[in-house]
Design a protein around this ligand. Sequence first.
Ligand SMILES: *Cc1c(COP(=O)(O)O)cnc(C)c1O
Length: 453
Amino acid sequence: MGSDKTRFGLDETRIPEAWYNIMPDLKTPAAPPKAFAPDGTELTMEQIGERLAMIFPMECIKQEMSPDRWIDIPGAVIDVYKTYRPSPLLRARQLERDLGLPAGVKIFYKYEGVSPAGSHKPNTAIPQAYYNKQEGITKISTETGAGQWGSALSIAGALYGIDVEVFMVKVSYEQKPYRRILMETYGGTVHASPTDLTDAGRHVLAMDPDSTGSLGIAISEAVEVAIKDPGTHYSLGSVLNHVCLHQTIIGQEAIEQMTLAEEEPDVVIGCIGGGSNFAGIAFPYYHRKLQGKSKARLLAVEPKACPTLTAGEYRYDLGDEAGMTPQMLMYTLGHDFVPAGIHAGGLRYHGDSPLVSQLVHEGEVEAVAVDQTACFDAAVQFARAEGILPAPESSHAILAAINEAKDAQAAGEDKVILFNLSGHGHFDLAAYQKYNAGELQDFDFAAGTTLEE
Ligand SMILES: *Cc1c(COP(=O)(O)O)cnc(C)c1O
């Protein structure tokens, strides 16, 4: 069984026409968000809806709570998707050879680095900017960790003539000047967060003038900007249900491409920061499992420095540092958690998608935490075999895929492995430089210390 091809491409006519909404297929209904007035009384869903309407387009709010399994992708969005989708699916033949794998152990990857931003993030930036444009919004504020999300939204803003203001986590701002320049080139305005432009930022700086920032802090700043200006909306690049929804084109395409490859994956792997690229590849396979067409395990991979799913608590928590967002039921390390400055900036979020969290809680999704240096070992091995330099975030999925392959080999079992290569690492060369110089460190949340190499 199996095709002898390496690359499983689809043409633009095969872009899915609808996103897959997992909500109606969950074993138990998704828990609603919660929010409280300053005096402590709980807000009604209607009041929460009014608050969300201050910062998000109505269409995204509807999608956030929609009971419909399939949600049509607007034709204008599909037209933009056509500039880089469908993304390719490849078999990692040289990596398989380098690992010395037996014929029955196969590694496939879906490559999202072909988008203009170099990651999966435009898949949601484009429809979000489109819906904001439809509502007459002139500016979108947002946060960015590694700069991937800010780049994606800056591109989408440029396409639709919307100003984009980005609060970039300070540690990344300093580590990744070229990401900032990319955003500025597309027309975005970029600040190192925490800033003195917002109450939230000033509050953090008053407590800790040297704060390296966190996604939670940057979100607080961006939301504050949107709340204070009616022409400005806020946009989030991960975590929320509608973001996970938009990413499901990844998995839908992958299912079609794996069919061309004449294989069904035994395990589907994605790295996880807020959960969107993992949801993108895994949710359509969850649906396929419900249809009885797949038995794949779904595996989310996170950094040991920010092990939300494996060491966090499953409870209601805020999405941001200052409490501007509603509370969501999710795995969390606490909304004031500031993770170590690992290079996978996109994986430094204290919480996780409520949908992915629920699936982990119900045993539908497995989670594992891995070390930074092991990830870079895997990334470099992958780059030398397949030619693509992975984003440090994506390297978590690569490491897990290699480990899955080695386990199968040791057990003498066949296994088809599919992972999402969420982006390329062309803007992460400072991290590779450190790795090459032997200067990368591991940070273990559990140990609370830096592990010397
Ligand atoms: C942002 C990002 C991630 C992490 O975000 P998710 O929402 O968990 O997908 C992973 N990989 C890349 C390349 C990213 O840019």
